[in-house]
Each structure stands twice: as structure tokens, then as C-alpha cells.
Write a protein that binds this ligand. Structure first.
Ligand SMILES: [Fe+2]
Length: 165
């Protein structure tokens, strides 16, 4: 039996760029996990006249985020790093925050989710700029730009519930 080892990873990026991009993805993964759990929480605990609409919308969004999370985690592996996979690490890494023990009314739930999606939109813009300026990694710019578009649509679908009501 011949023992083989994988060849050295060569993505055409400097070591600094490879690590820098992976760090951005780890932070993004943690934020997506916080938002995913918040959507689950609100799906379970929402009440009021918009119950069915919001219960279902929150589910659609956490299902979409489950795919985003998996894609993000697998990209970290593609950059040669281990993917954070524990709640403790996610909590430490995340920029988004939770509100434990609070069960807000449906309007506050929707407003909190809009705020989180919009915060992510701003983070994704900054991260994309940094990847362009410092690391010149077109694949990651493209990936983050796709996520930015998804969060824009999710923010709009939520925001519409608060407008004209
Ligand atoms: Fe459910």
C-alpha cells in the first residue's frame, strides 16, 4: 500500500489572502448562525394577527439560511481551514447579537430581523471591499455579493410587513 498525501493547497492566493478570506468567512458563518437561530425562535414564538404569514415567512428564511450556512462552512474548508462548528465559537465570533429571555411582539420581531439582515448587508459590503482591496479574490467577492443580494430580498420581504400597516 502506497501512502499518499494531498498536494499543497494552491489557490493562486498569498498565504495572507487565504487566511484573511477564511477569517471573513468564519465571522460571516457565525452571524448567519445567530440569525438562523433567531428566525427559528421567532417561528416558534410569534403570536398575533399575522401569525400564519410570519410563522411561514420565518421558516422560509431559516431554510434559505441553512443553505447559506452550509455553503459558507464548506467554503472555509476549501480555503484550507477548519470550520467553526460549536455554539460557543459562533457566539464569540458573531457580530450580530441575541436577546435571550425576550419574547417581543410580532412587530418588534420583524424589526429585529430587518435590523439584522441590514447589518449583514452592510458587513457584506465592507467584507467584499476588503477582499477586493486587500486579497484580490474574485471568487469570494462573487460569493459574498450573492449573499448580499439574498439578504436584501429577505430584508425587503420582512420590511413590507411594517409598511403602511
Ligand atoms: Fe415549524
Amino acid at each position: 500500500m502506497v501512502e499518499t498525501t494531498a498536494p499543497q493547497l494552491n489557490l493562486g492566493l498569498s498565504e495572507e489572502a487565504r487566511r484573511g478570506v477564511a477569517d471573513i468567512l468564519k465571522t460571516l458563518l457565525a452571524d448567519e448562525m445567530v440569525l438562523y437561530v433567531k428566525l427559528r425562535n421567532y417561528h416558534w414564538n410569534v403570536t398575533g394577527p399575522q401569525f400564519i404569514a410570519l410563522h411561514e415567512l420565518f421558516e422560509e428564511q431559516y431554510d434559505a439560511l441553512a443553505e447559506v450556512i452550509d455553503d459558507t462552512a464548506e467554503r472555509i474548508r476549501q480555503y484550507g481551514e477548519m470550520t467553526p462548528g460549536t455554539l460557543e465559537e459562533f457566539k464569540k465570533l458573531a457580530r450580530l447579537t441575541e436577546q435571550p429571555g425576550e419574547y417581543p411582539d410580532w412587530r418588534t420581531m420583524v424589526a429585529n430581523l430587518v435590523a439584522d439582515h441590514e447589518a449583514l448587508i452592510r458587513y457584506l459590503r465592507e467584507d467584499t471591499d476588503k477582499i477586493d482591496d486587500d486579497y484580490d479574490d474574485i471568487a469570494s467577492e462573487d460569493f459574498l455579493t450573492g449573499l448580499l443580494q439574498q439578504h436584501q430580498k429577505m430584508a425587503w420581504l420582512l420590511r413590507a410587513h411594517l409598511e403602511g400597516a
